[in-house]
Design a protein around this ligand. Structure first.
Ligand SMILES: *[C@@H]1O[C@H](CO)[C@@H](O)[C@H](O)[C@H]1NC(C)=O
Ligand SMILES: *[C@@H]1O[C@H](CO)[C@@H](O)[C@H](O)[C@H]1NC(C)=O
Ligand SMILES: *[C@@H]1O[C@H](CO)[C@@H](O)[C@H](O)[C@H]1NC(C)=O
Ligand SMILES: *[C@@H]1O[C@H](CO)[C@@H](O)[C@H](O)[C@H]1NC(C)=O
Ligand SMILES: [Cu+2]
Length: 358
């Protein structure tokens, strides 16, 4: 024991002394230290299980938001859900969509590493790989290394249609009864799909509304709205206005449906279709990691013109009175982390970020 202590002391002095004497070099992100975010299918079985355990760990940790104001928040995972609900009207179909979600998913990655002993990095969902058969994908095959799969068949799920489009119903529609998130309860929502002129968080707000986690895999939506042609088209976007249109309004539609962002959300059924509370589906972070990945790659292809490109306002659907997004604008994340300027999140390898994607 004495020997070990001495050895440790020598080791500590040897390593730490030079650092203490010279002024510490500022921490910099470089290619040898950068974290790699991988596609779910590129994770080993152990890595997938570790990520699943991290989500379950967050669902068991105590919440930080107060029960008085946030009755629907029951655990640490729900802190993320409520924060997303809270900022939904600023950070969707607006100039904040890409920057805000970049930081939000980074906060989640940091939280599972700091609070749940997760040692990996965020995985992503590469939509085109599985559009022909979601149920056979490693993400949704309901195995113990998936994020569960389809819900039970529920005959009451209906097609979604409006004047311009009809989306046939998916193959589930009921509760998820298999895989790691079998019988999981969600606590908040549902919110109406009608986004017209919303200026405050609509009902049910942060109310507690326990019910089962629903999925309905939808191959029509997957093949039509998240396929490889659309991803190629997104990557060929000429500028940020075009890029955001293909993400969220392509073909351009006043109600904001569709685009690859909405495509992913609508391909999984009602829990994930909820604009405010979709964070309750454990695949949320992977879906947004894919969007972040495509944005990061698109930015890097022409950094001079794209690194600091933004367009839009801080209000949903960019009304004429909306406040334009600028680099100095501060974005808030409630209790999840300090505010960040838009400029600070424009590069995944600076300002405290240090990640890239496969
Ligand atoms: C249908 O498309 C037309 C033309 O783009 C548009 O003006 C109209 O608002 C759309 N209606 C709905 C319900 O999306
Ligand atoms: C992808 O979807 C678009 C629009 O729905 C369609 O025009 C295109 O043919 C599809 N591409 C593939 C590879 O399925
Ligand atoms: C966004 O781009 C459109 C189209 O180029 C432009 O008219 C608008 O002024 C831009 N808005 C902001 C807030 O940058
Ligand atoms: C919700 O947003 C408001 C600002 O709009 C902020 O003051 C509050 O702290 C936020 N609450 C949560 C839970 O994020
Ligand atoms: Cu969102």
């Amino acid at each position: 024991m004495a020997f070990l202590k001495t050895a440790w002391l020598v080791f500590a002095l040897g390593v730490l002394a030079p650092v203490a004497l010279s002024s510490p070099a500022p921490w910099r992100c470089n290619p040898s230290t950068v974290a790699l975010r991988k596609e779910w299918g590129q994770f080993t079985r152990l890595e997938r299980k570790a990520y699943i355990s991290a989500i379950q760990c967050m669902q068991q940790k105590p919440k930080q938001l107060p029960a008085s104001e946030f009755p629907g928040v029951r655990n640490r995972f729900d802190d993320f859900v409520a924060t997303h609900i809270n900022y939904t009207l600023q950070v969707h179909y607006s100039g904040l969509f890409l920057p805000w979600h970049r930081h939000y998913i980074w906060l989640w990655e940091r939280a599972i590493r700091d609070e749940c002993e997760y040692t990996g990095y965020l995985p992503y969902w590469n939509w085109p790989l599985w559009v022909d058969n979601l149920a056979a994908s490693p993400l949704f095959d309901c195995s113990e290394t998936s994020l569960s799969g389809d819900g039970e068949f529920d005959s009451s799920e209906e097609d979604i249609s409006n004047a311009n489009i009809t989306i046939p119903r998916g193959t589930g529609g009921g509760c998820v009864r298999c895989g790691p998130f079998k019988d999981m309860q969600i606590h908040m929502g549902p919110f109406s799909r009608n986004l017209v002129s919303l200026t405050e968080i609509p009902s049910p707000g942060f109310e507690y509304n326990p019910r089962c986690f629903v999925r309905s895999l939808n191959l029509f939506v997957a093949t039509h709205y998240t396929n490889a042609t659309l991803v190629d088209r997104l990557m060929a976007s000429s500028d940020i206005v075009d890029f955001q249109t293909v993400v969220d309004h392509w073909p351009a539609r006043p109600d904001g449906v569709f685009g690859v962002h909405g495509g992913g959300h609508f391909s999984l059924g009602s829990t994930f279709q909820d604009l405010f509370a979709s964070t309750q589906d454990p695949v949320f972070m992977l879906h947004h990691a894919m969007i972040d990945r495509l944005w990061a790659k698109w930015q890097a292809m022409d950094a001079k013109n794209r690194r600091y490109a933004v367009n839009g306002t801080t209000t949903i659907l960019n009304p004429p009175w909306g406040k334009p997004v600028t680099m100095d604008l501060e974005m808030d994340f409630g209790i999840l982390g300090r505010s960040r300027s838009v400029r600070e999140v424009m590069n995944p390898m600076t300002d405290g970020y240090c990640y890239r994607y496969t």
